[in-house]
Ligand binder design. Structure first.
Ligand SMILES: Nc1nc2c(c(=O)[nH]1)N[C@H]1C(S)=C(S)[C@@H](COP(=O)(O)OP(=O)(O)OC[C@H]3O[C@@H](n4cnc5c(N)ncnc54)[C@H](O)[C@@H]3O)O[C@H]1N2
Ligand code: MOO
Length: 340
């Protein structure tokens, strides 16, 4: 209580309020015992000479008093186990008096970008191209809940790759490129030499069919993303995402489908992943969806799962959301023609 008799938030208990009396009180302060109601200062007049308080409107018992235990009671379960610790979860935990939370650590990931042809600045020239994956994979993995410890460019150096793979302290090593069987595709030979166990070696998905998953040691994994940029995205969504989710103890999201607005051609025997945007509850397939292209994906909010043989307008297709799906700007029907 202050010298003028006001009760402030965070100050010790005041005595009880007797019948017919009032006291000034700040928002958040504890209500004195026996209080009937709180009248907001702007809804009352104080007559100082007569030492009287006049309410300007009806006073309802209990008004503006926040009773104890409104939001939760001792022993209530506030969230299910395995909930993701989002900013409001941290706030809720603090409000409920927790000093520590038991969590799964974010998996630590190291990214190794392979390829002698890659430039890190300015325009492509003379058979050299810009590294599109180095700037993309780390932030993408972070959006999937990983802690990215480093992104390193190793060129096409088999020894450097072997050293990096066998000495990495990360839980997951993600490589880009070098998954096929070309003269400088070193991922398979290095995994053999390192004694790794191949868990997934090629998938029936385009783009991305040479993607791979290997166990380097107990609890340590390597995801080999193909070098073609959209093939790498395909591997991120279908191998890296479930692996990171499993390591972080997160449950799988429920699969969902939506109807396709336009026909999409398919691969004769493999599943295709095609960038799409949601528009008017339909999936609009985006152009520029070739294995080496990112233009469609950069405008997409998900990749649609197109079965072998293709899909017609109206078919329901499963969608793999991109982690920032809700942030992708909605493209009105008369705009975005360069993508659709
Ligand atoms: N004989 C075969 N050759 C290829 C096959 C096949 O089945 N048999 N599959 C093709 C497919 S599909 C893909 S995908 C690629 C995957 O090969 P790699 O993972 O070994 O990738 P690279 O050869 O290193 O690169 C492929 C392509 O992507 C470009 N690239 C690589 N890294 C980057 C990067 N960081 N940023 C931008 N572009 C990148 C690279 O220059 C190549 O053009 O294999 C096919 N070949
Ligand atoms: O499947 Mo490759 O993975 O077409 O780009």
């Amino acid at each position: 209580m202050r010298g003028d008799g006001s009760i402030l938030a965070g100050h010790s208990d005041s005595g009880p309020l007797f019948d017919g009396t009032a006291v000034r009180i700040a928002t958040g302060a504890r209500i004195p015992p026996e209080t009937t109601a709180v009248i907001r200062s702007e809804h009352a007049r104080v007559d100082t000479s007569a030492q009287q308080l006049h309410a300007d409107r009806e006073v309802i018992p209990g008004q503006d008093i926040r009773p104890r235990g409104q939001e939760c009671r001792s022993g209530d379960r506030l969230l299910p186990a395995l909930a993701v610790v989002t900013p409001p979860v941290l706030g809720l935990a603090a409000a409920a008096g927790y000093d520590e939370l038991v969590t799964f650590a974010r998996p630590r990931v190291e990214v190794l970008v392979l390829g002698d042809e890659l430039l890190t600045s300015s325009l492509p020239h003379d058979g050299l191209i810009r590294d599109a994956l180095g700037p993309m994979i780390g932030p993408w993995l972070r959006a999937l809940g990983a802690e990215v410890v480093a992104t390193r460019r190793l060129g096409d150096d088999a020894e450097a790759l072997h050293r990096a793979v066998t000495t990495s302290e990360a839980d997951v090593v993600v490589t880009t490129g070098g998954t096929a069987a070309g003269p400088v595709d070193h991922v398979h030979p290095v995994l053999r030499k390192a004694g790794a166990e191949l868990l997934v070696d090629q998938v029936a998905v385009r783009p991305g069919h040479p993607m791979l998953l290997a166990r380097l040691a107990p609890g340590k994994y390597l995801v080999g993303l193909p070098g073609n940029p959209l093939a790498a995205v395909s591997g991120l969504l279908t191998l890296a995402e479930p692996l990171l989710r499993g390591l972080a103890g997160r449950p799988a999201p429920a699969p969902y489908s939506a109807p396709l607005r336009d026909e999409v051609h398919g691969h004769p025997h493999d599943t295709r992943l095609v960038p799409v945007v949601h528009r008017d509850d339909r999936l609009v397939p985006l152009h520029y969806n070739g294995p080496a292209m990112l233009r469609g994906t950069a405008a997409a909010d998900g990749l649609a799962v197109v079965p072998p043989g293709g899909a017609s307008a109206g078919d329901e297709l499963e969608v793999l959301d991109l982690p920032w799906a809700t942030l992708t700007p909605w493209i009105p029907s008369d705009a975005g023609r360069c993508f659709t």
